[in-house]
Write a protein that binds this ligand. Sequence first.
Ligand SMILES: C[S@@+](CC[C@H](N)C(=O)[O-])C[C@H]1O[C@@H](n2cnc3c(N)ncnc32)[C@H](O)[C@@H]1O
Length: 251
Amino acid sequence: MGENQKPLGWSYTNESLNAVLAAFRVHGAGVIDKRKNVLAVCGSGDIPFALLEFARQVVVVDNNPAQIDYARKRADYLLKGDYAHFVEPQSEGVYDGEKYCPFLPNKGLRDRYFQDRETIDRIKARLEGLVFCEPQDVFTFLENRNQTFSAIYLSNVLGTFAGNSFRDFRRKMRPVSKRLSYHGRVFMSDADHLFPPDIHWTSLTWHNHLSQEQITLMNKVLKGILIVDKEATYSSRLCELPTWSPIVLTK
Ligand SMILES: C[S@@+](CC[C@H](N)C(=O)[O-])C[C@H]1O[C@@H](n2cnc3c(N)ncnc32)[C@H](O)[C@@H]1O
């Protein structure tokens, strides 16, 4: 590994697969279908692979080359029919939130999801729709890519753990809105940490509840760009651990 090369951080999804699927397909309303394009942050590849079953194309971006290499390797295993390695390619020595136990229910969920032979056969049949991009910042990518997406999965790239603040937020969401189709949806997790502490704590008290105060503040910050999709956010949060507090936005 070169001196500046980041190590592999995630070998499986720390977020709930079901929370992302609920965000994009609430009540079967179909934000995603086989004619539509999705953009997904890569991470372990779990979320892009799962979304591929439902979309025409899933474009995959990550600023850590090790994550892209890892997901590419998984796609190769799948293509060769090596399902065991597709599901568990490598996790020894990988950070994975220091094997942080609050994420473990989501690992159990993803293991069951990808162990279902019919599901992975459907994903395998659609592998041509998976497009890996050169490693880069997702916001720069969106600024430059002349393509619209009906769903954009941002994982926790906006969370304070990633060094962002509420002040950066509107600037970062501009290219996201620019490339989102009308009525499309954006999923972001670790969203509660973006709020000022007094507002952040209200949602923790109410166990994963997004308060009206938070919705109003976020809509004010994103005015003219995006708005909170309340129904999709609630559906998504029902499937997610409080740690990740996802928010779904729409245009
Ligand atoms: C918490 S991890 C992904 C978790 C995901 N649920 C999975 O399946 O692994 C977040 C990912 O976002 C990537 N990332 C963080 N900031 C980014 C940015 N600005 N642009 C592109 N990728 C970014 C990280 O390298 C990491 O792979």
